[in-house]
Design a protein around this ligand. Structure first.
Ligand SMILES: [Zn+2]
Length: 361
């Protein structure tokens, strides 16, 4: 009978109540003389009498459990017991409670959701992996890859490897994954979720994802990628800022030397092309509309060693810089100088912050 959990309280630790099945009663009526004494003064009863009372309780408890089982309960909460003297002189022992269905709580591990921008790219017209989305619970982890589909091909599937890197710079490669494309999108296509043998902790540690495409399928046939991926060189933070501003497929900052220009998609175009031949971006649209050549300033900053010197470069340009940036830039220099006194060289960090001021524009 003890396969039901019983409590006078309103629940059990480590269990959750799934269903309330209603009030239950167990009772029995006793003629015995001893019970009169008990009812009159339970505190003052003889030990013998208490043992007998416990026997009575067992009987009542059995009835109560039976009533709860009839309701398909596996526990009873809020149990109360009463003794009542009946007119006939006999005594009733009554136990009441609420029948419930309980379930042991699972140790709570929150579901995971992680999105990583892909940090390699191809400059040919192949479906470009742009984001790895990982989702799951303790039981199952799966991932989906988003591809940028430049020529709006009707892509059915892409096969490739996923290379994941964690904070310890350990790499995990998942080979030959088939990404079946979820129909309905055109330019940004998303694969179905593919299950993978990662744990929740593995995922929390991830910092980088690369996708190496081997082949893909369209109604016109099977195509090999035939291209080596190029690694993105900018930091994750800057890549995120660039993508927020220039589109999810952006991997490079626009730059030109007059002969050629590098598009945000990474493709290097001839000066004569007004539009990028891979992504169609117009060169005009990519030029940043700041009044001064901040790229030149950044280049000069890179040649320096310490924040003090970097600040000097900034001061040389400050009159050309839009008012709204000035205070922010000066603050970056100020805190960079402070940190440099205690934490060593802050050059890279300061330059990255300066670039971000303009990227975020
Ligand atoms: Zn382009």
């Amino acid at each position: 009978m003890a396969d039901l959990l019983l409590t006078t309280g309103d629940g059990f630790e480590d269990y959750e109540i799934q269903e309330y099945l209603g009030f239950v009663v167990g009772q029995a009526v006793y003629q015995s003389k001893f019970i009169k004494g008990i009812a009159a003064d339970i505190q003052g009863s003889e030990d013998q009498d208490l043992d007998d009372l416990n026997d009575c309780d067992e009987e009542v408890k059995k009835n109560l459990i039976k009533a709860a089982k009839a309701k398909k309960a596996n526990a009873i909460i809020g149990i109360e017991m009463r003794y009542a003297q009946l007119a006939s002189g006999s005594f009733a022992v009554v136990m009441t409670g609420t029948a419930v269905k309980i379930k042991k709580k699972e140790s709570i591990i929150p579901d995971v959701h992680k999105e990583l921008f892909v940090t390699n790219y191809y400059t040919r017209l192949v479906p470009r992996p742009v984001k790895v989305v990982i989702e799951g619970s303790r039981d199952e982890i799966s991932l989906s890859v988003w591809f940028y589909n430049y020529n709006l091909d009707d892509i059915n599937a892409v096969r490739g490897d996923i290379e994941l890197t964690n904070l310890y710079d350990e790499k995990l490669v998942i080979k030959g994954v088939d990404f079946i494309i979820d129909k309905g999108n055109v330019s940004l296509i998303k694969s179905d979720y593919v299950s993978c043998k990662l744990t929740v902790n593995d995922i929390k540690l991830l910092k980088d994802a690369k996708v190496i495409v081997s082949k893909y399928v369209t109604p016109r046939g099977i195509f090999a990628c035939n291209d080596n991926p190029i690694n993105v060189t900018m930091s994750t933070r800057r890549l995120e800022a660039l993508k927020a501003k220039r589109g999810i497929d952006a991997v490079e900052k626009y730059r030109t030397d007059g002969m050629i220009w590098t598009c945000n998609c990474g493709h290097v175009n001839e000066a004569g092309n007004e539009e990028c031949i891979v992504c169609g971006r117009k060169q005009e649209d990519m030029k940043i509309n700041t009044k001064f050549d901040y790229e030149k300033m950044i280049d000069e900053m890179r040649e320096k060693e310490y924040v003090n010197e970097i600040k000097d470069v900034l001061m040389g340009y400050i009159k050309d810089i839009d008012n709204k940036y000035r205070l922010q830039l000066l603050e970056i220099m100020e805190s960079g100088q402070q940190y440099e006194k205690t934490r060593g060289n802050m050059k890279d960090s300061v330059i990255e912050k300066v670039e971000r001021v303009f990227e975020d524009d």
